[in-house]
Design a protein around this ligand. Structure first.
Ligand code: GLN
Length: 534
């Protein structure tokens, strides 16, 4: 296999337990390399057998993240995009299922010309094929999901071992995350499980080059030396991955331990001056007192960790950009549904802005509609995202335009179908039942949307099947809810706003996927600003 000799590969694995934060650790190391002027790209392998995460339950996996090219992937890709400012594609996040699918389809097509298909070399070759990066990339970060020792992850470790053999051991680095539990009765951090985890990797032919040991406190010198000796790793390459209150502190934690310098040393590269001012700025923001702004988020997956990960991020970024602390008041839409008017007023009245996120299905819609009504009637800034926009339209049609049984065919068969399925996504030949990924949209001058974006055309990411039925546009606009952004041909509405409201915006897309801690998304920035003024 041909690989550019210039590109260096960093594999990130994890041991002992899941959820050690491999994605955040990898992204942080990548950010430190970028801070030295190197170009960085990311790859994520998930050994599970689903072909892609699009149809996996968000109840198990947190939010479904959408890339520009319309791939439904898991939220780790969001970490990479936000942290590193790179755009990943469909090939950026690859599951075991997809590897097998590719190989087996090729086998059926006869591509292998009758050869025997085996885990090695066909599957490992396919895995290695996916470890590519744009030309000129200095470093590829390649995260292998799961924990070492998992049966389904073995073949990925084997492919990583082979890649090191193919491109030369000096061009590959293995960074392994482990956990050092603190045993209360002994009053000690325990390093033995780390030693075992490194040994499991060694059994697969991989000697870890750097360890990031997650723990409640920094490892002391003795602990580092012990890990170093038993794991065959220089003591300087044993990094403490202490717990942080915010992941954007991680680059500073690693930098203080010279992790990046050690990585460059491994590759025989000289260290460069690092510009880490953006992380210092975030840390300063986190350390200082800021006036609070409370946003009510009315959704239904709050019991699932990270179900609204990108939204929480986008609000955090917008708080930073406005120099305030955004508190999110999560309100379960089904609970809201059952409240009396007085209770609802109490629940929502505490917040300076109301956000209704994307969603699917019937459960909890009444609560979301009530939230939109409350925002409209009380001049509270409202941001409706995808489903949150569609439900705001339904509310407006029912209560302002007098279309009493306005609804969506997604959850009501018999209604005035103000929100209706887009025909091309209803039983499509190619099975794509959602409009996915980045689309250009045009923004009407003289509108709030235009004042926010300050642009006539922008690209935003989508994930929906239903849309506003343009039959109702006339009556809706006559009553003051206008279309301020649409697809370039005007056929699909993208942004709606209420003219006589300080800030009432619904968008058919997901702006949260394009917000970063370094550049807050204009829509969230304006929403928080409006909330500050309300
Ligand atoms: N369920 C709605 C649709 O399919 C909204 C989707 C969403 O909020 N992402 O159009």
């Amino acid at each position: 296999m041909e690989k550019s000799s210039r590109t260096k590969y960093i594999f990130i694995t994890g041991g002992m337990v899941s959820s050690l934060g491999k994605g955040a650790a990898a992204a942080s190391l990548g950010a430190l390399l970028q801070a030295r002027g190197y170009t960085v790209y990311a790859r994520k392998f998930d050994p599970y057998l689903n072909i892609d995460p699009g149809s996996m339950s968000p109840l198990q996996h947190g939010e479904v993240y959408v890339t520009d090219d319309g791939f439904e992937t898991d939220l780790d890709v969001g970490y990479y995009e936000r942290f590193l400012g790179v755009k990943l594609s469909r090939d950026g996040s690859v599951s075991g299922g997809r590897i097998f699918w590719d190989v087996l389809n090729a086998e059926r097509r006869g591509d292998y010309k009758g050869a025997t298909i085996q885990l090695i070399p066909q599957i490992t070759d396919k895995i290695k094929e996916y470890i590519t990066a744009p030309a000129g990339t200095d470093f590829v970060l390649c995260e292998i999901g799961g924990t070492v020792g998992d049966i389904e992850g073995l073949i990925f470790l084997e492919a990583a071992r082979q890649l090191a053999h193919d491109v030369g051991r000096r061009n590959v680095m293995f960074v392994h995350l482990t956990l050092a539990p603190f045993l209360e009765n002994a009053g000690e951090l325990k390093t033995k499980p780390t030693q075992h985890s490194v040994r499991i990797l060694l059994e697969k032919g991989i000697q870890a080059d750097m360890l990031i040991v997650r723990s409640v406190r920094m490892l002391d010198m003795d602990e580092r030396k012990k890990v170093s000796l038993f794991c065959n790793i220089p003591p300087g390459n044993v990094i403490s991955g202490i717990n942080v209150d915010n992941i954007y502190r991680l680059p500073l934690v690693y930098e203080a331990q010279h992790a990046c310098r050690r990585i460059l040393e491994h590759f025989g590269l000289a260290d460069r001056k690092a510009n880490i001012s953006k992380f210092r700025k975030i840390a300063e923001y986190l350390d200082s007192d800021k006036p609070p702004v409370t946003i009510a988020m009315v959704g239904k997956y709050f019991h699932v960790a990270d179900a609204y990960k990108s939204l929480n991020e986008a609000l955090f970024h917008a708080g930073m950009a406005n120099d305030v602390r955004v508190n999110i008041n999560t309100i379960d839409s089904e609970a809201l549904e059952k409240m009396t008017d007085a209770e609802l007023k109490k629940a929502l009245g505490k917040s300076s802005g109301i956000l209704v996120p994307g969603g699917f299905g019937r459960r909890g819609i009444k609560g979301k509609i009530r939230a939109a009504k409350f925002a409209r009637e009380n001049n509270v800034p409202y941001l409706g995202i995808c489903f949150g926009m569609q439900l705001a339209v339904i509310e407006f049609m029912r209560n302002v335009c007098g279309v009493l049984d306005a609804g969506s065919t997604e959850f009501e068969k018999k209604c005035e179908a103000v929100i209706d399925i887009m025909p091309e996504y209803d039983n499509p030949a190619d099975g794509s039942t959602l409009r996915l990924g980045a689309r250009q949209l045009v923004i009407k001058p003289g509108t709030l949307a235009h004042r926010i974006y300050k642009k006539a055309s922008v690209s935003e990411r989508h994930r929906h099947r239903y849309t506003l039925n343009m039959k109702y546009r006339g009556v809706m606009e006559k009553h003051g809810m206008i279309i301020s952004g649409s697809s370039p041909d005007g056929a699909l509405p993208e942004i709606l706003e209420i003219k006589k409201h300080p800030f009432f915006i619904g968008v058919q897309y997901h702006p949260e996927f394009q917000s970063s801690p370094y550049t807050s998304h204009p829509l969230f920035m304006a929403f928080i600003k409006a909330a500050m003024a309300s």
